[in-house]
Design a protein around this ligand. Structure first.
Ligand code: V47
Length: 375
């Protein structure tokens, strides 16, 4: 391992570099120092060191499909361009049959994962969602169902007058295999009150994750950046995720999400920069020493930045996606899907070795018409 940090400009990072070299945990204050630093190359160098220690040259991707059963949402979050009121003529809600039908459409290669999230619909019940999930499992038994954010589960629990645990158990027995990481936004109460005041708070999000993990549902986790947050808010968010992970080991992947302002109530804010995207990836890799994977979600940060991110701490790029609404409603200019061979090419020309994975990061081997998961 290299012992010098060749490109260091910010002397405050030297002490952090010593810790990173020694595999020592970074503190909340170290996180704040890194967020305040403009020395992106030093941050990237350190994060790449950790990334290569954990994953060598491998970059993971998957063949997945996003499904958003409804954009009707009671929450009206200022950060969101996706959710709509039920009476909005542009809103939509799929029937259960439409969800099952759409799941099989639009991609010739066998998907290994459906990523299912939607708005907080005032009328769709927990029973409806359980039936929808059971129907998907029956029709696509080999496909992993990564479904419902902690926010959706908390809303379903409240409407059904059930505990979070009971609600999660019901969804699990209907066929949910794991949960995506959305809805965490930023845990700072000050910022949360402005950008998503109708959502569960940070402690409730973390408690739902804790319970999901306890009953055997792994999940991802996210952080929304590039709006009104401070370096302290960002470091606090990562430290709180890390604390829960120490308890449960249930988080599989962390995904930093850049705020996209177009068509939201915060559209006056500037868009993210490539530099900030790379900084978020690098600091997450350095702070989250107990979360195995860091994803550079290509839809959100563009394929070009997601490639560079593979040298700044990320070891995953997400998947084929097929149909994406949340970011495209908020002005994302990326395409909505990539083919498997596009992802292979993208990763190879970034100088990394592509590995197709299933949701649990088992390698997937494909022949012309079938795939097998190597456990
Ligand atoms: O929860 C909503 C965010 C999330 C905007 O788990 C916005 O593998 C930016 O969680 N600008 C949904 N972000 C996306 C998400 C996700 C994506 C890919 C993979 C995984 C995974 C999870 O998007 C929401 C919210 O945090 N979001 N609106 C916006 N205008």
């Amino acid at each position: 391992m290299k012992s010098e940090l060749p490109c260091i400009e910010d002397s405050r990072l030297r002490r952090i570099f010593e810790k990173v070299k020694g595999g020592e945990r970074l503190s909340y204050d170290d996180g704040v120092t890194m967020y305040r630093s403009r020395d992106i190359l030093a941050l990237g160098y350190m994060a790449n060191m950790v990334r290569e220690r954990l994953h060598g040259d491998m970059t993971y991707f998957n063949v997945n499909r996003h499904i958003n059963p409804t954009d009707v949402c009671v929450a009206s979050c200022r950060l969101c361009a996706f959710g709509k009121r039920a009476k909005d003529p542009h809103s939509y809600t799929m029937s259960m049959e439409q969800v099952w039908d759409v799941a099989g459409k639009g991609y010739a290669e066998a998907v290994t994962e459906f990523h299912i999230v939607g708005g907080l619909h005032p009328e769709l019940t927990l029973d409806w969602f359980c039936d929808m999930i059971a129907g998907l499992k029956e029709r696509y038994p080999a496909v992993h169902l990564k479904a419902f954010t902690m926010v959706e589960v908390a809303y379903l629990a409240k409407r059904a007058s059930l505990s979070l645990r009971e609600t999660l158990l019901r969804l699990k027995s209907a066929g949910v295999d794991s949960m995506p990481g959305g809805g965490a936004e930023i845990f700072s109460e000050r910022v949360r009150r402005i950008i998503c005041d109708h959502k569960i708070d940070g402690d409730e999000w973390l408690e739902a994750a804790r319970i999901a993990h306890e009953i055997g549902l792994k999940s991802n986790c996210t952080m929304l950046y590039g709006h009104l947050e401070t370096p302290e808010d960002l470091s606090d968010h990562l430290a709180r995720l890390r604390d829960v992970q120490d308890e449960t080991q249930g988080f599989v992947t962390f995904i930093p999400l850049a705020f996209h302002p177009a068509n939201t109530a915060l559209s006056h804010l500037p868009s993210t920069s490539g530099l900030n995207d790379l900084k978020q990836i690098a600091i997450a890799r350095l702070m989250l020493d107990n979360i195995p994977h860091i994803k550079a979600y290509w839809i959100m940060m563009t394929p070009a930045i997601a490639q560079i991110a593979q040298r700044f701490g990320a070891n995953d790029i997400d998947g084929t996606v097929v149909e994406e609404k949340i970011y495209h409603d908020a002005g994302a200019t990326t395409v909505q899907h990539l083919r498997r061979r596009d992802l292979l090419h993208l990763i190879r020309i970034a100088g990394r070795e592509p590995v197709e994975r299933d949701t649990a990061y088992h390698p997937v081997q494909r022949t012309e018409s079938t795939f097998t998961v190597v456990v």
